[in-house]
Design a protein around this ligand. Structure first.
Ligand SMILES: Cc1cc2nc3c(=O)[nH]c(=O)nc-3n(C[C@H](O)[C@H](O)[C@H](O)COP(=O)(O)O)c2cc1C
Length: 264
């Protein structure tokens, strides 16, 4: 059973590729997270949790959701992280989370995908050619990961050092609280008030007011709003105007991949 959350499509691409290769079911967790739906999930096959990396760790809202979600059937859990190149302490967090749930941690994989963090000047745009290369490399790696999972083997990623934990935990805490303001999001005249941004916000942070989105706090800075706006009408401070609004569907046909798969 493949479970995923994805803001701009990278993780969804990996999750659906794994599901296709393994002939397994795939669940998009967005609606469940939004509605705090903790209906138990049953699978005979191992659980594979696919998530992006935010600030060197698993996104807090995914971790909090998985923490409370009852898993039935298989006791084995794999994690697959997509990041712009540094997954930080995500594997360590995943291991702790799995042990707390009395399940068997079967390791994690880290996949380098295009960075979608376009509201930060710290991350330059990933060039289109590089985006295509990373997506292609990931497709090959997903096949290897699927092989390991099929054989109930262990996924092995790099070692996470103590100094990484010592830095990432306080930095993440500070960054999420103080460096991710939502007040800098705004819409331009291109906004038609369709409300897609509000529907895709995993933490229900965007309210429609007079047919325009209003961002509240706390924002997860996941980029779901800005990277899925059909009119590219969302901007952030003076940072995003000239940047590519990254979404994987600009590089690969997601509709085809989604077609054959179950969604709950
Ligand atoms: C708020 C935020 C923080 C991020 N932090 C990291 C990071 O610490 N390291 C990294 O390599 N990529 C980072 N990224 C990039 C994403 O992890 C990466 O693009 C991921 O594949 C996005 O997945 P998605 O398209 O499924 O949402 C960050 C992205 C966002 C939006």
């Amino acid at each position: 059973m493949i479970l995923f959350y994805s803001a701009s499509g990278n993780t969804e691409y990996v999750a659906r590729t794994l599901a296709k290769t393994l002939g397994d079911e795939c669940i998009d967790l967005l609606d469940r997270i939004k509605k705090s739906d903790f209906t138990r999930i049953y699978s005979k096959k191992p659980f594979v949790i696919c998530t992006p990396v935010y600030v060197c760790d698993m996104p807090f809202f995914i971790r909090n959701y998985i923490k409370k979600l009852p898993f039935r059937g298989s006791r084995e859990v794999y994690y697959v992280f997509t990041s712009g190149g540094y997954a930080g302490i995500s594997g360590w967090s995943a291991k702790k989370l799995t042990k707390r749930k009395n399940m068997i941690y079967k390791g994690h994989a880290e996949l380098k995908m295009p960075s979608n963090n376009i509201v930060s000047n710290a991350y330059p745009d990933t060039e289109p050619e590089e985006c295509l290369k990373r997506i292609k490399d990931c497709t090959a790696k997903a096949a290897e990961i699927a092989d390991t999972i099929r054989q109930h083997g262990r996924l092995r990623a790099r070692h996470i050092f103590l100094f990484e934990k010592a830095i990432a935990v306080p930095v993440g805490y500070y960054w999420i609280r103080y460096k991710q303001p939502s007040k800098d999001f705004y819409t331009t005249d291109k906004c038609v008030g369709c409300g897609k941004c509000s529907r895709l916000c995993p933490v229900n942070n965007i309210e429609m007011y007079k047919k325009r989105p209003v961002w509240k706090a706390p924002c997860a800075h996941c980029m779901a709003c800005i990277s899925n706006c059909p009119f590219e009408a969302i901007e952030y401070a003076d940072i995003t105007q000239k940047k590519i609004k990254y979404n994987i569907s600009k590089y690969t046909d997601m509709t085809k991949l989604r077609k054959s798969q179950t969604r709950r």
